[in-house]
Design a protein around this ligand. Structure first.
Ligand code: IPE
Ligand code: IPE
Ligand code: MG
Length: 256
């Protein structure tokens, strides 16, 4: 069943559900500091929240879940922390890939992987290939990802097409730019959740989030559980998404 703006309806009491949920998983460091623990302990604890969220998203029937795991700016952190984060990423993928595959999860990675070591690059390709034809939840992991990087790489591809005579400058419109961005084959995020109390995008999917509903919570990522997700989804279900139109126009469409 679909409602007037094409959102999938489900029978969970949380409808309409977002088709695509994007999450900025923030607050691991503060979670650890509050416990007098080193920052990596917070990152490790955050993995459990990822596990819960992926499971819940699949169970609810959300189509796409995009997780911000490591930003292009996170390369600026101390070397030891970067290495802990990338190591945790690699090991978590190693450990979880098979189970996710069995649960029909399709894994995609977005971001600038030229900055990764060959070992991690190979593992990313392996996991994507293994799960490519799965028909369940699409799990997108944004790693070494930045929205500005994404737009710049799209611009580069478009410029090449113009240079080679495959495209005229006047053919460049927002649809064409979208088609060169990460996630071009997926619906754009309907809901963005950011944990950890900050109210900013931090260079996440800046183009794709143009019409997303933005939900901020003070809960730190390692504490984020099913009930916190439910609260965010309930909030989302109460939004009126107008996409530039008026409320009256929407109720006319809903009545039709
Ligand atoms: C989010 O937690 C994880 C990444 C950015 C990789 P942080 O490490 O940013 O935690 P805080 O914001 O310092 O608490
Ligand atoms: C955003 O968190 C990136 C990820 C969660 C991966 P940050 O902690 O890096 O964001 P800022 O630096 O506070 O904006
Ligand atoms: Mg942070």
């Amino acid at each position: 069943m679909k409602n007037a703006i094409g959102n999938k309806m489900s029978m969970t009491g949380l409808e309409p559900l977002p088709r695509h949920l994007a999450v900025v998983m923030d607050g691991n460091g503060r979670w650890a500091s509050a416990r007098m623990m080193p920052r990596p302990a917070g990152h490790r604890a955050g993995v459990e929240s990822v596990r819960t969220l992926v499971e819940q998203a699949g169970r609810l029937g959300i189509e796409v879940l995009t997780l911000f795991a490591f930003s292009s700016e996170n390369w600026r952190r101390p070397r030891e922390e970067v290495s802990v984060l990338l190591d945790l990423f690699l090991r978590t993928l190693d450990r979880e890939a098979q189970r996710l595959h069995e649960n029909r999860v399709r894994i995609r990675i977005i971001g600038d992987r030229t900055r990764f070591e060959p070992k991690l690059r190979r593992q990313l390709a392996r996991v994507e290939n293994l799960t490519a034809s799965n028909s369940g939840l699409t799990l997108v992991i944004a790693a070494s990802y930045g929205g500005r990087w994404d737009i710049a790489q799209a611009a580069r591809h478009i410029a090449e097409a113009v240079l080679e005579g495959r495209l005229l400058p006047e053919q460049i419109d927002s649809e064409l730019v979208s088609s060169h961005l990460s996630l071009s084959d997926l619906p754009p995020p309907d809901l963005l959740i950011r944990t950890g109390g900050e109210r900013r995008i931090s260079n996440f999917l800046i183009w794709q989030l143009a019409y997303a509903e933005l939900y901020f919570t003070d809960v730190l990522w390692p504490d984020f559980r099913a009930d916190d997700l439910r609260q965010a989804l309930e909030w989302y279900a109460g939004r009126e998404r107008r996409f530039g139109r008026t409320s009256e126009q929407l109720s006319k469409v809903n009545r039709a």
